[in-house]
Design a protein around this ligand. Sequence first.
Ligand SMILES: Nc1ncnc2c1ncn2[C@@H]1O[C@H](COP(=O)(O)OP(=O)(O)OP(=O)(O)O)[C@@H](O)[C@H]1O
Length: 594
Amino acid sequence: MFLLSRQHLLASLLVFAVLIVGASFVASGVGVAAERILTVFFISLIAVVGMGVYSGNSGILSFGHLAFMGIGAYASALLTLPVRLKQATLPKLPDWLAGMELNLLSATLLALVLVAFVAVVIGLALGRLEGSAATISTLGLLIIVHGITIGWRDVTRGAQTFFGVPRETDLWWAAIACLLALIAARLYRDSVSGLRLRAGRDNAIAAAAVGVNIQRERLFAWVLSAVLMALSGALLAHFLGAFSPKKFFFTDTFFLLSMLIVGGMSTITGAISGAVVITLMTEILRRLESGFDLGLIEVPPIFGTTQIGIGLLILLAMFRKPEGLAGLKEWEERLFRSKQAEGVEKADLAKIAPDTKSLSAENLVMCFGGLVAVKDVSLTLKPGEILGLIGPNGSGKTTVMNMLSGVLQPTEGKVLLAKDQLTGMNSRQFAQRGIARTFQNIRLFTDLSVYQNVLVAALSTHDGEGADIRTKAALSRMNILHLATEDAGNLSYGDQRRGEIARALACQPSLLFLDEPAAGMNREETDQLMEILRQLSTDLGIGILMVDHDLKLINQLCDRVIVLNEGRLIAEGLPDEVRKEPAVIEAYLGKSKV
Ligand SMILES: Nc1ncnc2c1ncn2[C@@H]1O[C@H](COP(=O)(O)OP(=O)(O)OP(=O)(O)O)[C@@H](O)[C@H]1O
């Protein structure tokens, strides 16, 4: 499912087509050299866009994508190489491969299928890793595939040049493939999967807590990006006619990554800008590399001028524009405001069914190394009830909430929804079962709009049914529908807190956990929030568990309160009763009165 508005889609497709077709006509009019440069540019752009599909959307930089390009090149070349040449140069090829001689299109398609398969296998393992561990693993992939290519001499000719590949890639083949790659990458970026992955890039914990399966989305992007790399590799092999394993190793990884970094990883606009800048710079520096005459001074040849120049450009980009030339938005997103958030439906979130189950926790214990942060805490929360969880700083409130929402696995004890065991499940599974939450340290997806923040949650729960309506209803409930098109990272503190609650509400939860929802709000904002929360409970029947230090809020809003001190539950009951308990006065406020 694609979330791109028709206006954005048409604008981007039109510009891709005009740029590619226009440049191809100009280059073919200028001469063979220009045609060659543009063909290589298109092939490189497919690879840059391919890398961007994974790295840009997931936030995990990959050094290994050239491996897929290499596999695509060798696989397609082996399928198109003339049979007689295979017999002469690769006599030990298996019979079925030795006798096969396909055209470029069929060979490329088969190479893409092979690479997709390899990418699934590798991606399943890689998906378990986060951040720099994942990045380093992709480097391992590059080195392993390079090693196999060199070692598998009977098939690849080892470190020697693999030659005789029919030179069938011309400017127009490259142009068509590039156009398809750009369209695929643009559609992916604003697909349901792309949006979920970008949410996970901004904040993986929050994405999981609204039902996003980040590993699955990463795998999908990984495979799509590998297929685009293979397409680039197949075209390159049939453009060059001869190549060796080093074509798919560090040097080209550096060039392609520099395009992505300089242009900006997150957008197709960035991939195109980076590819244009680095290609132009390479062409200029290559001419200067062999030395030049400045009239009075003769500059001698300086080996490595191109790499040094590009390295400097990367440094400059990191200092001046760390998000790349294009930034975080596509050009058409900057130009035309999204209309997705318009057209408010007269709809509200559905009322919780009367037979909705209660959540109970039995004898929860949480140890962090030697520290026992929570000791034997039991509690229940019913739909329609507002339960306050209070206690001094460090008493274990957030830790309890983390265990009740699957963010942390208890060291001991159980979490049950009616009689169903939730212990051992992750936060995504909790969200799927109707338990949504906000965080003490706001965890919005800062690079997405407010609407997209909430939409991700709606799309990832209840099978995405009525996602748009749920999104708008949640935004209306929190009085922030007018901020829908703003970037979430630009909101005021209070609006960010409301945005987080709206995102949790879009999951259509039966139970809602709020960790210090009024922190940073002034009195008036806190009172408004109190009114909204009361209505959520009475109108919709949502059960609310709330941690807060604002005792006025807790006393006025909560039906019941439980108090923790040093990880232990020390009191439980009606707010008026609890505040009079000596243990609470002693532990929570010293000797003064609550
Ligand atoms: N991931 C962690 N690793 C180690 N210790 C932790 C971790 N999370 C919490 N703790 C410790 O557990 C104890 C309880 O922390 P927790 O954040 O649950 O308290 P809290 O009542 O929510 O505090 P506050 O009101 O300040 O938010 C504290 O001593 C804290 O330092």
